[in-house]
Design a protein. Structure first.
Length: 231
């Protein structure tokens, strides 16, 4: 049974979603402000969190920034805003999806399932442990455990970062366009732009350079895309 955390200051929305997801078979935790959620999600991480953007004490964006300092918890944002910049910022700081309010519970449920599938490294019906680890020089990726290491040192990656790196590492030396990386990392129903992929690449490099300050395995080919160079 997967555990979902609902974080929204609208008690009616929380009560409705809690009832729906519990009927779907999920264990559901609820929080009504970002500050309380930060403590709860850190101490007892669920499998996925659904965050409202506008909340008292700490908004959803700041909550995600704080979480990303120590956690790669899959996150879906609920937002009633129309500004595209909100989604750009959210994806750039590590969100996995955006769903606009009001939305049907069924649509939200499908997006939750899609993100959970990505985080678990497989499609419905796939057998646990059926994907072999990818070893490319000093890099090791284990899709079954969503684990990454460089020279044996663990590197914590979000779902999206892992999928982008996996796509690059599957064919070292070959160039992947931004569109190809989008297809590898995102569900078909999720739109992201070039800046989002570029931001994920920057985050990947930063994380690897925290364990190896000479890391240069991800190469930018300006106007074309990116490639992984095996070392």
């Amino acid at each position: 049974m997967a555990t979902i955390a609902l974080v929204d200051d609208d008690e009616n929305i929380v009560a409705s979603l809690k009832m729906f997801f519990e009927a779907e078979g999920y264990d559901v935790k609820t929080y009504h402000d970002g500050l309380a959620a930060l403590s709860g999600l850190t101490e007892a991480p669920p499998d996925l969190a659904i965050l409202d953007v506008k909340m008292p004490k700490m908004d959803g964006m700041e909550l995600l920034r704080r979480l990303r300092q120590t956690s790669e918890l899959p996150v879906i944002f609920l937002t009633s805003k129309d500004e595209e910049i909100d989604e750009v910022i959210g994806f750039n700081i590590g969100a996995d999806d955006f769903v606009r309010k009001p939305c049907s519970n069924r649509l939200l449920s499908e997006r939750v399932k899609a993100v959970l599938r990505r985080s678990r490294g497989g499609e419905p019906g796939s057998e646990e442990g059926d994907a072999k680890p990818i070893v490319r020089g000093r890099l090791t990726l284990d899709p079954n455990r969503h684990a990454c290491s460089w020279d044996g040192d663990p590197v914590r990656l979000t779902v999206t970062e892992f999928l982008i790196l996996q796509s690059l590492a599957q064919r070292p030396g070959y160039v992947k366009s931004r569109d190809q990386l989008m297809d590898a990392a995102y569900d078909d129903q999720i739109y992201v732009d070039d800046r989002t992929i570029d931001s994920h690449i920057k985050r990947l490099r930063k994380k690897f350079r925290e364990v190896d300050d000479e890391f240069d395995a991800i190469e930018t080919l300006y106007g074309v895309g990116y490639r992984y160079n095996e070392s």
